[in-house]
Design a protein around this ligand. Structure first.
Ligand code: SF4
Length: 689
């Protein structure tokens, strides 16, 4: 789409604003759309349809181009000075009345490392650790389990070395649709060359089309399935004894546990065929190199951390860690979901993963920031969903950067009620999103193509973004806005007086140990992958080769017991599970504004198995009503055997209807990730084709 507002666009190598693959893209003067450049991931310049459409939102006529301030119930245009004055006054009032703990900051895994770093610095210098990013909602459980067991919550391997695997075990992910360039440029060529793909997912998807085995697990029953796989490995002598003797602890206790696992009973509980499960365990356990990919189907549960612990057992038992073509590799959602956490946009962790409760870590950071260490709060803050639930109680003012929690958080009707209770809300974004509708001040920020800085992709590569255009109207680069807000609110203008993103980058690499030694120049039009030890000759493609990132030679096996789903499923109920489609992304705030993506995405449907449809007199094309105690929605039925019996599937993109209104908000006790993937619903037909 050519620019409507005649802003000059000029090509400069940047990064796709959507998924965590991190494809290089830039403006294409010939087409007025995006084109790929030979980035570090899409080395042949490949893009998926979302990448091609990435400029559709940059010059969209609905962009907010001037600050807005709420007066007499309405958002009206205001000067930057007036908007900043209002934020300053309202935040000061909240701090005076309730203390800094009454403030909440929502960072964004769709913004750069530098923007997230500045936002968490602002929060901490104000005296609160309640700063979080939406990685909380997708892979916080994966990060928690992997950090606990391996010492690093990130892909263990690089995309390039993973192509050497003999087996791909893909659990709860659909890379063919959700990470298309990884699938087409890395997985598919390997599969065509002989790698076996095993797919564990309640649905048969495009990924399943090239799978040798499919285990259509019941949502909420991953642990029985993974324990049964591990039990087959143990009982059939597939344990890598040499690796376990050298690198693993707790083997004897785990053998004892595995001996007691009834494989047939577990398979039945997980809803899969026991013989297929055994074949999968043998394929994975006998492979010379077997690599696990994992996604939100495993992580987005109230027992998500336990799910991932059960998965990690498989890799350790079979010696599939610390070598090329092996490991456990979470496929991350947004383009900087890895980096937002790395740079400290988390309520319990400072930049580089040091704990806020660690006095030495606080002292080091305070010294780097030129403040006394008692300035930095020592008590962990609230996570994203906890903070939202505390609106109007412990939390009285919030700052939301580039996220749309009214749509993306679970139990969305409750979330909307909490936003109603909040005393003061600032939203910095491109559009009047569903969340911005609740704001008292809206700050017009920059689109991906209007910002510089860095992002860290799913396989730990830091890549540079470069502006292809200036923001429209009075909109400003996000980093400039955040620094202006921080100078006002903290009273420490010297701490936010950066001369552009490179200056922030230089500071953050000095306080974020995995990024130490990286430079703008070194990244160039390539990447630098963390950990990047200063002076290292080569990057670390494979983690945990001789010691785990924890510093230990060994990682432990962990006995994990099944945890029942939260929602009881009555006789007439079905289990709703959710996911993505190729054309859309997260809340849909960006992709639903692209005509070409809306055309590709088609109608939102509810996938339902033919037996469940027949029992309810539902045909494809009928309008169906989905309801539970939390919410309701209407969708068009798509009757298909691709979804398992007893389960229905819908995408979570968009607010009309809000599928997240039906989803529960019980949180994982460790990672505080909500239960998105198992919600009991009743489905009835309301009108026929
Ligand atoms: Fe963008 Fe991901 Fe598509 Fe690449 S695969 S073009 S990063 S959405």
């Amino acid at each position: 789409m050519a620019s409507d507002d005649d802003r000059p666009f000029s090509p400069a190598e940047s990064v796709c604003p959507f998924c965590g693959v991190g494809c290089g893209l830039q403006y294409d003067p010939a087409s007025g759309a995006a084109r790929g450049w030979n980035g570090p991931v899409n080395t042949r310049g490949e893009l998926c349809p979302k990448g091609v459409a990435a400029f559709d939102v940059v010059d969209h006529p609905d962009r907010v181009t001037t600050p807005l301030v709420r007066e007499d119930g309405r958002l009206v245009e205001a000067s930057w000075e007036a908007a900043l004055d209002r934020i300053d006054a309202e935040f000061a009032e909240v701090v005076d009345a309730h203390g800094p703990e009454a403030l909440a900051f929502f960072a964004s895994s769709n913004c750069t490392n530098e923007e997230n770093y500045v936002l968490q610095k602002l929060a901490r210098l104000l005296g609160t650790n309640t700063v979080d990013n939406c990685a909380r909602l997708c892979h916080s459980s994966t990060v928690a389990a992997m950090a606990d067991r391996f010492g690093a919550g990130a892909m263990t391997n690089s995309l390039e070395d993973l192509t050497e695997a003999d087996v791909f075990l893909v659990v709860g992910a659909n890379p063919a649709v959700n990470h298309p360039i990884i699938f087409r440029s890395y997985l598919l060529p390997a599969i065509k060359a002989g790698t076996t793909l095993i797919h564990v997912d309640p649905r048969r998807t495009d990924t399943t089309q090239v799978a040798t085995h499919h285990l259509a697990v019941r949502p909420g029953y991953d642990i029985p399935l993974l324990n049964a796989l591990a039990a087959v490995v143990v009982k059939e002598g597939l344990v890598d004894e040499a690796f376990c003797a050298d690198r693993v602890s707790g083997l004897e206790a785990f053998r004892e546990f595995a001996a007691g696992v009834d494989i047939d009973a577990n398979a039945a509980q997980a809803g899969v065929d026991a013989e297929t499960l055994r074949e999968v365990a043998r394929a994975y356990g006998e492979a010379e190199r077997a690599a696990i990919f994992t996604g939100m189907g495993l992580s987005q549960h109230h027992c998500g951390t336990a799910n991932v612990h059960a998965l990690l057992n498989l890799a350790l038992l079979t010696g599939n860690v610390g070598r090329r073509g092996t490991g456990v590799n979470p496929l991350r959602g947004q383009n900087n979901v890895q980096g937002a956490g790395d740079v400290g946009a988390l309520p319990d962790l400072l930049p580089g993963g040091r704990r806020v409760t660690d006095a030495d870590a606080r002292a080091d950071l305070a010294a780097a920031w030129g403040v006394d260490s008692d300035v930095l709060p020592a008590v962990p803050g609230l996570t994203e969903v906890e903070a939202t639930h505390a609106f109007g109680d412990e939390i009285h003012a919030a700052f939301v950067l580039g996220e749309n929690p009214v749509v993306t958080e679970p139990n969305a009707n409750r979330v909307a009620d909490r936003f109603d209770e909040l005393g003061f809300l600032v939203v910095q974004d491109l559009f009047l999103t569903e969340t911005a509708e609740y704001a008292d001040v809206v700050l017009p920020g920059s689109a991906w193509a209007e910002r510089g800085g860095t992002v860290t992709n799913t396989d730990r590569q830091m890549i540079r973004m470069r502006p292809n255009a200036e923001p429209p109207g009075d909109a400003r680069p996000d980093l400039d806005i955040l620094c202006a807000v921080a100078r006002r609110l903290t009273g420490r203008p010297d701490q936010f007086d950066y001369d552009g993103p490179e200056a922030v980058f230089t500071e953050l690499t000095t306080v974020t140990p995995p990024y130490a030694g990286m430079t703008y120049e070194g990244i160039g039009t390539g990447s630098q992958r963390w950990p990047f030890p200063e002076g290292a000759e080569t990057e670390t493609a494979v983690l945990h080769e001789s010691t785990f990132a924890s510093g230990d030679r060994r990682a432990s096996l962990r006995v994990v017991d099944h945890v029942d789903p939260v929602d009881p499923v009555g006789d007439d109920d079905l289990v709703l599970t959710t996911g993505r489609v190729l054309a859309h992304f997260n809340s849909g705030a960006l992709t639903t504004r692209s005509d070409r993506l809306v055309r590709i995405g088609g109608e939102r449907t509810l996938q339902i198995h033919p037996d469940d449809a027949a029992a309810r007199d539902i045909d494809s094309g009928d309008t169906v009503h989905i309801i539970n105690d939390r919410g309701e929605a209407s969708l068009t039925a798509e009757v298909t055997p691709a979804v398992r019996h007893g389960t229905v599937f819908a995408t979570f993109h968009g607010a009309e209807p809000s599928i997240n209104a039906l989803v529960g908000d019980t949180l994982d006790p460790i990672a505080k990730i909500p239960e998105y993937k198992h919600s009991a619903v009743r489905v009835t037909v309301t009108s026929t084709e």
